[in-house]
Design a protein around this ligand. Structure first.
Ligand SMILES: Cc1cc2nc3c(=O)[nH]c(=O)nc-3n(C[C@H](O)[C@H](O)[C@H](O)COP(=O)(O)OP(=O)(O)OC[C@H]3O[C@@H](n4cnc5c(N)ncnc54)[C@H](O)[C@@H]3O)c2cc1C
Length: 391
């Protein structure tokens, strides 16, 4: 079986590995001249690390990551702890795989290194996907026509493939923007910060955790913004971020004052679809279900998509591809759409103004922590099923 994967992000790389594991001959088409990921952190919940283990990459990623022992929710103004949730050994025992915090480049490199160089076409922009009953074709900007038994469009939140498959459709601005920075952990060693915390305040929240064996601190400040449109990526002055967190706990402000380069991202999503596949072509990852990042699940869902897609195509012949893709979407769409909705609700909840609503939220978070030591965001960590045998 021959497959073409469009897009070498986390989703496309994982799909390539998963399809190869299922016996497919895969061509990976990426528009960028080289594999790249941005300089930022990524959280890998147990549903993500189970997929990495299956792909034989968990040890390599874990060796460069951090295993936090807990997540602490804090109030914005005085840093008081609202509640905390267990991670570390407890989460690993409960979900059968570790919770990791990694540098995106480390994860991306581990995935990319496992793809045979001969399977990759860099500098190739897909400009069309066509199909007939027997095959699917990707046309590149250079005029090449690549033919296969199936095409997986893992072309991200700005996906063109969605439009080619299902008609006009644009990414939606979420009304939030994220400031992101990475800095040497030793630069803030004197601040007595919790190892991993999510600080909640009116119209904004703030997250920090360590990556790369604890050497770097990843910082994300999310702010609600009225701008109808927001640039995708822009360099921000550190002062802009400081102004956005005026009046916050002095530790947060000291940390923000030391970040150095800050990038500002407009957070975009995609509306849930009734289907991701058409004939021999399917979406995967952000192209299918881009979500706000407030449950740290976008890449995890892309990894699980890849694992399930591989399962559905194993032992399938070229003639049965459309049915196999139906099975893949049947196993993934409802679950991923639920995570999309849960992440959006978390954003609203995190940004409540001070007063009775925020007090009620804090009481609810504390009650949930007493009931479920991993918290509501753990709902997605253990529910997806795929063949977990390592390749
Ligand atoms: C602030 C923030 C924090 C986040 N934190 C987390 C987290 O902690 N944990 C988590 O699980 N998720 C997190 N996410 C979500 C996660 O980053 C994404 O869900 C994930 O990276 C999506 O991967 P993807 O492969 O689907 O898409 P992408 O990474 O966008 O990859 C798409 C690829 O397709 C290529 N491409 C596009 N069009 C074409 C074309 N026409 N031809 C050829 N190539 C093309 C692009 O160049 C790119 O390489 C976060 C997101 C944000 C914004």
């Amino acid at each position: 079986m021959r497959a073409i994967v469009v897009g070498a992000g986390i989703g496309g790389l994982a799909a390539t590995l998963s399809l190869r594991r299922a016996g497919c001959e895969v061509t990976l088409v990426e528009q960028a001249p080289r594999f790249t990921e941005i300089g930022a952190g990524i959280q890998l919940a147990p549903n993500a690390t189970r997929v990495l283990r299956r792909l034989g990459l968990l040890d390599a990623v874990a060796a460069r990551s951090v295993r936090p022992s807990r997540l602490s929710f804090r109030t914005w103004s005085d840093g008081g702890e609202i509640c905390h949730y267990a991670l570390g050994r407890e989460a690993e025992d409960a979900f059968g795989a570790p919770y990791l915090q990694a540098h995106r480049a480390d994860l991306h490199e581990a995935l990319a290194a496992a793809v045979p160089p001969g399977s990759v076409r860099l500098n190739s922009v897909a400009v069309a996907i066509d199909q007939d009953d027997d095959s699917a074709t990707v046309t590149t900007a250079a005029g090449e026509r690549l033919e296969a038994d199936l095409v997986v469009a893992a072309d991200g939140v700005r996906s063109s493939a969605r439009r080619w498959l299902f008609g006009p459709d644009e990414a939606l601005f979420s009304g939030t923007a994220a400031y992101r920075a990475l800095l040497p952990a030793e630069r803030v060693a004197d601040l007595d910060l919790p190892e991993y915390a999510l600080w909640l305040g009116p119209g904004r929240h703030f997250v920090h955790y360590r990556v790369r064996r604890g050497e770097l601190l990843n910082v994300v400040g999310v702010v609600g913004t009225d701008a109808a449109r927001e640039s995708w990526t822009a360099r921000a002055e550190p002062e802009e971020q400081l102004r956005a967190f005026e009046g916050w706990d002095p530790r947060v402000r000291s940390l923000l004052g030391r970040t150095g380069t800050v990038l500002r991202y407009g957070i975009h999503t995609r509306a849930p679809l009734a289907r991701w596949n058409l004939g021999r072509v399917t979406l995967l990852g952000d192209s299918a279900h881009a979500m706000v990042p407030f449950h740290a699940q976008g890449a995890a869902q892309a990894l699980v998509d890849a694992a399930v897609l591989g399962d559905c195509l194993a032992d399938t012949g070229p003639a049965d591809v459309p049915e196999a893709l139906d099975r893949y979407v049947g196993r993934r769409l409802t679950a991923a759409t639920r995570v999309q909705a849960g992440s959006a609700r978390a954003g609203e909840d995190y940004h409540l103004p001070d007063g009775p609503e925020a007090d009620a939220r804090n009481a609810r978070l504390a009650a949930q922590a007493a009931e479920n030591r991993f918290g509501p965001h753990a709902g997605a960590w253990g529910t997806d099923t795929f063949d977990e045998r390592a390749s």
